[in-house]
Design a protein around this ligand. Sequence first.
Ligand SMILES: NC(=O)CC[C@H](N)C(=O)O
Length: 513
Amino acid sequence: MAKNLMIQGTMSGVGKSILTAGILRVLKQDGYKVAPFKSQNMALNSYVTKEGREIGRAQALQAQACGLDPSSDMNPILIKPMGDTTSQIIVNGLPLGNMKARDYFKNKKSLIPDIQAAYDRLSRDADIIVIEGAGSPVEINLRDNDIVNMGLAQILDAPVLLAGDIDPGGVFAQLLGTVSLMSPEERNRVKGLIINKFRGDVTLLEPGLSMFKKYCDIPFAGVVPYTKLSLDEEDSVSQRLTVNNKFKNKNLVINTYSRVINKCITDRDDNTRNLIIAVIRLPYISNYTDFTIFENIDGVDLYYIDDQDSLDKADLVIIPGTKNTIEDLKWLRKKGLSDKIQELSCKEVPIIGICGGFQMLGKSIADTSGVEGGGVVKGLGLLPIETEFTSYKNLRQVSAITPKLSGFYEPVSDTPISGYEIHMGSSILDDSTDHEDCVITRKNVLGTYIHGIFDTPSFTQKLIKLLYEKNGIDRDIPVVEELSVTQDRELDRLADVLRQSLDLELVYRVIGL
Ligand SMILES: NC(=O)CC[C@H](N)C(=O)O
């Protein structure tokens, strides 16, 4: 039976996923067989395993930290919010159905055997499993039915490290408040405290660490510095996107990337300027990890935008995936963005739709059986496809070669691509019987169901070259690195940071090594 360790946090966004990934990488470097586990994840950034099962993207990254292929055992329950109170519930990587929050809360204990079985399968091949909690372990109204924080720690008999986030302030109160609300048995499980995202001079913090002993006898396991990493995170807490109060449910908060688009536009005539890629930040955006690669490419600026003026400035407009295509299409219309996209398309601005965004670019979308809330709507009419929602979920990894393309995208014909599909809707081309192509283009518009398509360096490099040429940008074509290579490097960097900042002896002791 594997040993284990659980990382809990004082709240969402303290960095649990990344700390878990980093600790896993340290343990792997030290020669242990390790695996990640998160019983229940609420996220719209998901990943499809080789077996065609869907899990949270953060667990896929943690699997990479361990040198393992992602498996649905690492995240047996995934909750995908698709409305104010409704979510799609994924169990063992496959959809169980849509549920209201209240019903899920009532029934979730029945999923304990699935959680236990997944964990047991993982632990057969691992020396150590690092378990990630969710949100805060002391949401006292949720304590009774807990299957993801202390309830899980108890089931799996896991020691806990509790992390707080010093960046917004109040870290001592976060830690003490959390520990104080725990029962004595729960508190006993907490073997160390971590202060995460510390900026500045640690000697200024040290007196506080000693003073804290007066209030709490749990030792500090480390103060981890604020570190910028290019690694996938859970969408509900992303710092790539900042808060917009209009969407109250935190899991649906989709916001503007902190870079201001207007700034770099002043120099549009400068032929050495960066390329501007604008991703529409749909309220139910899913898999925006599709675009992480652009953050690492010199010469490309990536923006998540929701206003017409910003769109005017883009060299490439991308409509991303969405958990609720029809609702997001209505939103697009309400914001005037659909008209703007159609106008830009007439001006031959390149447009790409991924998955839900691809569906929107078509002629019509029908959800007659209410898979995503129901209805039949007209699409933007820029691609000749018709989409119909069914209860079958397409989940698969894809490796393909782009077909012979015409129009703007012709130079990306016959290019190998890979990625994964996650969709309930299926689309047919209405002007031919052939609907098997991995990408469909008409003039300046491209649509595909494949998430992760930009992670294929040759495809993205060709695309950037095309966009440079179209916009008269005279720059060297950037080197596009395989995302897994970037992520491996970042994981090693993270491990170095943790080796410097965590008391690893304490961590090993807590694990029982
Ligand atoms: N990943 C996606 O963008 C999904 C698109 C759409 N909601 C579907 O399920 O078909």
